[in-house]
Design a protein around this ligand. Structure first.
Ligand code: SF4
Length: 464
């Protein structure tokens, strides 16, 4: 048990009280309220309109959907393909999307942030990855000090691949770790010896990668407070710059691969609260700063510094200090944000490829934000990223007085204030260190769509 005086305890009663289905707010409005009335036509128009802002950098997300084997817990958009030409066919589609997008963007070429997610981006060999980078670099102009990040699976990523990525300008990596306990690894179908993770961390460090991130998951089968505490301490010993600790959402009816998980081995709700509480306690005790509900960063990491200065942003790629407010998504299931509208590509491989081959595009849904959406998006992002809302900034940006515009919502904050999550400061609101764990619950107060009976039967994951 970590006894550092800086460690933060999150009372189990509060976790129990506030654990309810709710959005993660990687976007506002959230995906369930997007509509298929927004499609390819609107996307092309938005790209054309966006082409005028030639000095504004873009962010790019590229989705690589392939994996060698499906992990039992996986909830990602991924595919295990036996076809030998699967990667080539997919890259052809990606290149097509990239060419057509760049064509409409004209002279708007600057990119400050590039992220590869999956699936397993390093499923691609260096030649395949190199051809993708060549294509991107021929179409866009990447800023020298920009961010290039990639998710890696330590089991299949070779040291040569890491060297290659470093040479191609990648400066951030995120390692899928989940849990170091071998019984838990067996139960989730992902054997990954700790030595493999340590080796990749060492190689990444020697190559100069910054912002090394570990993804962990709590609520997995066979996890106990004792075993998870050991995982947390092992992670801390490796001293990644950042850690994310996600809640496992067990939805075997929606995700067939999760049927392989033995439901009897899952920790019950009370244990799950304990596991999360342990993560906050161990990481804050080891000097990490809590960034958002389930992310942690070393104080010297740029995410912590940006949060301190109120410059932290959040998008589908996670927390970031890059301020590009427009984003392009390439590949199956990817999401973009252009001209105050969200756009998403089709999420199944065959349908995505068919659409790109026939129509050059694969957008199937999206959402154009109203002025009210933009105001709430700003407020929710401020709370989620910087744990603070300054009324003057809201007024400066949108010309609205908080006390008038959010009169109703404000009356619902008392419970959070009484529970010690939130305090009123001069001309603003501030979330306390304890309230960081409950920031999704606080943000829900301002989500106007949650009150509407639409949501198409969507079940959000639970907030804890
Ligand atoms: S490696 Fe990641 S994306 Fe692939 S199956 Fe496992 S969890 Fe899912």
């Amino acid at each position: 048990m970590n006894n550092n005086k800086n460690s933060m305890m999150v009372p189990i009663e509060l976790l129990r009280k506030y654990d309810r289905p709710g959005p993660r707010y990687t976007s506002y409005p959230t995906v369930p309220v997007w509509s298929d009335l927004v499609g390819i036509g609107q996307y092309r128009l938005a790209l054309k309109e966006a082409s005028a802002k030639t000095d504004k950098p873009l962010a790019i997300y590229c989705h690589i959907p392939f994996c060698r084997k499906r992990c039992y817990y996986c909830g990602c958009n991924t595919t295990v393909s036996e076809q030998t030409d699967a990667v080539k066919n997919y890259l052809d589609c990606l290149f097509n999307e990239m060419d057509k997008t760049a064509e409409l963007l004209g002279d708007r070429k600057k990119v400050s942030q590039l992220h590869f997610g999956g699936g397993t981006p390093t499923y691609l060999n260096n030649d395949e990855f190199g051809s993708m980078m060549d294509r991107l670099e021929s179409l866009f102009s990447f800023e020298k000090d920009g961010e290039k990040s990639i998710e890696i699976d330590p089991r299949i990523t070779s040291n040569e691949q890491l060297e290659f990525l470093s040479k191609r300008g990648f400066n951030r990596v995120s390692l899928g770790v989940q849990d170091f306990d071998s019984d838990v690894q067996e139960a989730i179908g992902r054997k990954q010896p700790i030595e493999v993770v340590q080796e990749k961390v060492d190689v990444c460090r020697s190559l100069g990668f910054k912002g090394i991130n570990f993804d962990l998951i709590y609520g997995l089968p066979l996890q106990t407070p004792k075993s998870f505490a050991e995982t947390l301490e092992k992670a801390i010993e490796m001293r990644p710059d950042r850690l994310a600790v996600y809640s496992f959402a067990y939805l075997p009816k929606m995700r067939a691969n999760q049927a392989k998980i033995n439901a009897d081995e899952l920790p019950p709700a009370e244990k799950k609260y304990q596991l999360f509480s342990l993560a906050v306690e161990h990481f804050t005790g080891a000097g990490y700063r809590q960034i958002g509900m389930d992310h942690f960063a070393l104080p010297e990491d740029e995410l912590s510094i940006a949060q301190n200065d109120g410059r932290l942003f959040r998008n589908f790629m996670g927390y970031t200090v890059q301020s590009s407010d427009e984003m392009i998504g390439f590949g199956m299931s990817s999401i973009g944000y252009i001209r105050n509208s969200f756009f998403q590509n089709i999420s199944t491989l065959n349908k995505y490829q068919k659409s790109v081959n026939e129509l050059n595009w694969a957008i199937f849904r999206g959402k154009k934000l109203s002025e009210d959406d933009l105001i709430r998006q700003y407020l929710i992002t401020s709370l989620m990223c910087n744990f603070k809302l300054e009324f003057a900034k809201l007024k400066e940006k949108f010309g609205v007085e908080y006390s008038d515009y959010f009169k109703d919502e404000d009356t619902r904050l008392d419970e959070f204030i009484n529970d010690g999550f939130l305090k009123r400061i001069e001309h603003g609101l501030e979330i306390t260190p304890l309230g960081r764990t409950f920031v999704r619950n606080i943000a829900m107060t301002y989500d106007t769509y949650l009150a509407k009976p639409d949501s198409k039967g969507t079940t959000f994951s639970r907030t804890i």
